[in-house]
Ligand binder design. Structure first.
Ligand code: PTJ
Length: 245
């Protein structure tokens, strides 16, 4: 999915590359019909943020890694957009944490599940990573959620204690928190229900957030994480972006 006509020196290369990945994933049948709308909303918030990783997002990413690396049963959840935009880094993170990834999509159809699972297996093989990929045979449901979006694996999401759910839907985030899990969200919209309800929210673009998480070290300084202060800081950074425009 990496072939793209734009030159890496183009000022909007990172953005063009993400769009290209989504286009390619759409052709493979991996995406929900509303995937592009969700991405466009994210892009708008990223514009306000100045397309950069703020200090508070870096602190949140560090806290996320601290919790994931100390978890008894961590799990990384992937939906269609996450698989399209950042399959490789999600697999690298899972390998580093020795934990499973679980494909868990909101608009669940057998066709989309097959397309996403096939792509993840392809990337896993290309990267030579030993990661358990779940999602193909759900045997449990997330309490409090109705319909196919509740389906999950007992050995993955159901029994996890710390879960990373990038670009998550608000209801599912709420249901996971209600199960007593530490829920880590990556979301560019600090006003979203997921961002508000999560235990830890990294307000940053997915690929930047994952790159910060992958470069985290156990020895890194760990400033105190304050959830509300993190969200307030993101609002402030976006307002400053508007005021300085
Ligand atoms: O594959 P499925 O069926 O699970 O569906 C996935 C989507 C993303 C379509 C679905 O979960 C959805 O509709 O999500 P929402 O409710 O639009 O929420 C997505 C959130 O992610 C929004 O708050 C966006 O601002 C944010 N977002 C979008 N792209 C990025 C992002 N945050 C960080 N990085 C991005 N690249």
């Amino acid at each position: 999915m990496e072939e793209i006509a734009a030159d890496p020196s183009h000022p909007r290369y990172a953005s063009l590359l993400m769009r290209h990945r989504l286009e390619a994933a759409a052709k493979r049948g991996m995406l929900a019909d509303s995937a592009m709308i969700a991405h466009g909303r994210g892009e708008a918030f990223d514009y306000l943020l100045g397309e950069r990783t703020t200090a508070s997002a870096r602190t949140a990413a560090g806290e996320a890694m601290h919790r994931l690396s100390r978890a008894k049963r961590p799990v990384l959840s992937l939906n269609g957009n996450v698989a399209a935009l950042a399959a490789d880094d999600m697999l690298r993170l899972a390998a580093r944490l020795s934990c499973p990834v679980e494909i868990n999509i909101f608009y669940r159809t057998p066709e989309r599940m097959t397309a996403i699972l096939g792509y993840i297996e392809e990337r896993k093989k290309a990267l030579h990573l030993d990661v358990l990929v779940l999602g193909d045979a759900p045997d449990a449901t997330i309490p409090g959620l109705k319909g196919p979006r509740a389906a999950c694996h007992k050995e993955g999401i159901l029994d996890s204690d710390v879960i990373l759910v990038p670009l998550e839907d608000g209801d599912r985030c709420k249901a996971l928190v209600a199960m007593g899990k530490t829920v880590i969200v990556i979301d560019l919209n600090p006003l979203s229900r997921s961002a508000q309800q999560a235990s830890i929210t990294v307000v940053d673009e997915l690929s930047r957030a994952l790159s910060t998480m992958l470069s985290w070290n156990e020895e890194d300084v760990r400033p105190a994480y304050d959830h509300q202060a993190t969200l307030n800081d993101a609002h402030k950074a976006m307002l400053e972006g508007l005021n300085n425009a």
